[in-house]
Write a protein that binds this ligand. Structure first.
Ligand code: SF4
Length: 396
């Protein structure tokens, strides 16, 4: 028999909404805390696992709600095993990408190897980091010319649950890997959605970067709802400083971020130090020119006293000349910021190709000489289409 009412996606609910749903079913208040715990701490994928709930409640949850929002349709793992990329299908057939990157204990902040990058965290040497890069939209309306996602356009915003579910899938996958290691497994890859769940105390993911498909500040409320769920102390309990939102530079969104109590990190994709070039690479610059973006960033820094990261994807012969490096240094002089240089992950048939090591190093040296702190990331996962939108494009 077909469902008469659509089933409620539990991960789309805020904590108060979940409490209200269960209160409406006549459940005592503590039941919603238990369900929240199952969803975010114990990573349940089926109400049948929620063994401290009465049988009738489990049956009702199974009948009237949904836990799974993502169907894994493709998984690719890099040759060194440290980067895994997933293509997930949503309920309406659209697809999104999620990438998990692992850094060994001796790889401290600033030496990570990823085009998607990882941000400094509290872990420090000796702990290792595991960073998931999540998507906030199916597609993207920003149209950056060097990006496979931007070329495909925007299909729709993701729901908060679809954003959260990517992080939970990565955590389950890590737990499955750890279990595999403990059992002396052969290191075979396993499907994220079907991985066993970890013991609650052993969360393995250390960082979340909101830097996958889509512009997170164009899906502001849902992105923020997802982050609120992930940072809830009674649930997934990820520290806000372990989360970075990367934007192409929407000034009003940056201003909103400055007022948020949840102090996540901000990264802004710059890619060029002047409007003429930036307008070619990232057409949104024609609507929000650099002066407006940087004014919002300065305001953000003044209000939060937090260092901002500027992303700069180095493209051979396009934005990597010494003159542009000097112009960038002048533009950012005196700001509490840091520039993350990333040789572009090339898209097939694209005229935009990554800068070579010599040009990249020369560009970095000019910034450093002019007092702008930088990090240079090596590309990672090229063989698994790790750049944004590439796996999806290939699959399509
Ligand atoms: S680079 Fe980011 S903002 Fe630009 S089109 Fe791609 S996904 Fe959108």
């Amino acid at each position: 028999m077909q469902d008469i009412l659509p089933r409620v996606p539990l991960l789309d609910l805020t904590r108060p909404q979940l409490a209200s749903l269960l209160a409406g079913w006549g459940q005592p208040r503590y039941r919603s805390d238990q369900v929240w715990d199952w969803l975010y701490r114990q990573l349940a994928t089926d109400p049948a696992e929620m063994t401290n709930l009465p049988k009738e409640l489990r049956a009702r949850l199974a009948a009237e709600t949904r836990l799974e929002l993502l169907a894994l349709i493709h998984e690719q793992r890099s040759n060194d095993g440290r980067t895994v990329k997933w293509l997930f299908q949503l309920h309406d057939g659209l697809t999104i990408e999620t990438v998990l990157m692992s850094y060994p204990p001796d790889e401290g902040p600033g030496q990570g190897e990823t085009v998607l990058m990882s941000y400094p965290s509290d872990e420090g040497p000796g702990q290792g980091r595991r960073t998931v890069c999540i998507s906030t939209q199916a597609g993207c309306a920003m149209g950056c010319v060097f990006c496979a996602t931007g070329q495909a356009g925007l299909a729709r915003n993701l729901t908060a649950g679809e954003i959260v579910a990517q992080t939970l899938a990565a955590e389950r996958w890590l737990a499955g890997e750890a279990q595999n290691d403990e059992q002396g497994g052969g290191g075979e890859s396993q499907a994220a959605a079907h991985a066993p769940r970890p013991a609650p105390a052993a969360r393995r993911l250390t960082n979340v970067v909101v830097m996958g498909m889509g512009e997170p500040l164009a899906n502001y409320e849902r992105t923020w709802q997802a982050l609120a769920a992930l940072t809830d102390r009674d649930g997934f309990n990820l520290g806000a400083r372990h989360i970075t939102i990367s934007t192409v530079g929407l000034p009003h969104g940056i201003q909103r971020m400055a007022a948020e109590p949840l102090q996540v990190n901000l990264a802004v994709s710059l890619h060029a130090p002047n409007d003429a070039l930036r307008g070619q690479l990232a057409p949104i610059n024609n609507r929000y020119p650099l002066a407006e973006v940087l004014a919002a960033v300065r305001d953000y820094i003044a209000r939060t006293n937090r260092r901002v990261t500027f992303e700069y994807a180095l493209m051979e012969g396009i934005n990597d000349t010494p003159a542009l490096a000097r112009e960038l240094a002048v533009l950012l002089r005196g700001m509490l910021c840091h520039v993350n240089l990333i040789p572009l992950n090339p898209v097939a048939e694209s005229p935009y190709q990554p800068s070579g090591p010599e040009r990249s190093s020369a560009f970095q040296a000019i910034l450093e000489r002019n007092g702008i702190p930088t990090t240079m990331r090596m590309r990672r996962g090229v063989e698994i289409d790790a750049g944004c939108g590439q796996l999806r494009r290939r699959h399509a």
